[in-house]
Design a protein around this ligand. Structure first.
Ligand code: UDP
Ligand code: MG
Length: 311
């Protein structure tokens, strides 16, 4: 670690980023940050299997600014970010990806926003989703729409995990004890004065994205469930609507029977209605179960990661 107080910590989650790590350090050095030797890199090796750890270890041996944490296995980006934030010692902390999709060239501008303009936090978002499969973009937009309308946090479309924040904000984030961590929501939820910067989508420097469509879809469900109980309330709403509808239908059947007698009929439609509501009920039992499962996982209080090695 460099001598004296650390001014800026860069928290970098890495999962199989061997081809990117050194290019990343180079790009940060090229960005022209004004904090002298009081910069630190906090690499979090999230159980990589491609030699990322060896590269980071070697880097740390020759560059005193480099520190790292290495997990015992892959615990996911959220856990990696948490470990990095805990380890970071800087007065100002930034989180960014190793693959250069979060351009380090923005760092000086972010630093200025905090030091000179007095913001607590600088967040970034992509202005385009160029190069992304259209289906993925479509689902992403629906997800942000849902979050905007049905959750406590108004997520910004295209928001990245590329952020810079003061020690105070880091403290607030670390004070949230939940196990199911949806970082994008947590940032929004803790508040503070945030400046938004936009930049066009950048392609990965090397390697491959770790997010399959399935992983992203599950991640979005996680986000909705972590910050909204609207799905649970939906059951009550639909239940009330169905009761009202059934009541009107009952009146109709009753009056019709009074006026025209009571011929037996309509069994097929009845069966359809029974199956429909059976399905609807199971669906909501499922939603209930999903929230229950989250509660169960929270009550276990399991650590979010295990560190195998650090410096
Ligand atoms: N990452 C991680 N653990 C994981 C998946 C990803 O630490 O389980 C890191 C990855 O190394 C990268 C960042 O999170 O630095 C973003 O991942 P990626 O570039 O694959 O996502 P994308 O940019 O495609 O959304
Ligand atoms: Mg990426």
């Amino acid at each position: 670690m460099a001598e004296g107080k650390i001014e800026l910590s860069l928290v970098v989650p890495c999962f199989n980023e061997a081809p990117c790590v050194e290019a990343f350090v180079g790009a940060v050095d090229a960005a022209g940050l004004e904090c002298g030797g009081r910069l630190e890199f906090v690499f979090v090796d999230d159980g990589s299997t491609d030699g990322t750890l060896e590269i980071v270890r070697a880097l740390a041996a020759r560059d005193p600014r480099v520190r790292y944490v290495s997990f015992s296995r892959n615990f996911g980006k959220e856990a990696a970010l948490l470990a990095g934030l805990r380890k970071a010692g800087g007065e100002i902390v930034a989180t960014l990806d190793a693959d250069l999709q979060d351009p380090p060239a923005l760092l000086p501008e972010m630093l200025r926003a905090i030091r000179v303009e007095g913001y607590d936090c600088v967040a970034t978002r992509r202005t385009s989703r160029a190069g992304e499969p259209p289906v993925r973009s479509w689902f992403a937009r629906r997800f942000y729409w849902l979050m905007r309308h049905f959750s406590d946090v108004a997520l910004v479309d295209g928001a990245r995990d590329y952020r810079m924040m003061t020690r105070q904000v880091v403290g607030a984030i670390l004070a949230l004890p939940e196990v199911n961590r949806f970082t994008k929501g947590i940032y929004q939820w803790v508040g503070f004065r945030t400046k938004w910067l936009a930049f066009p989508n950048v392609a990965r420097a090397a390697g491959q994205t770790k997010w399959s469509f399935r992983k992203l879809f599950l991640y979005s469900l996680e986000g909705i469930m972590a910050f909204s109980t609207a799905p649970l309330q939906l059951a009550s709403l639909i239940g009330v609507l169905c009761c009202a509808g059934a009541f009107v239908a009952l009146l109709f059947v009753f009056i019709r029977a009074l006026c025209f007698g009571d011929p037996v009929g309509g069994w097929p439609s009845l069966v359809c209605i029974v199956i429909f509501f059976g399905g609807l009920q199971l669906f909501f039992v499922g939603i209930l179960g999903a929230y229950l499962a989250k509660t169960y996982l929270e009550t276990k209080r399991r650590p979010l990661y295990f560190i195998k090695e650090e410096k």
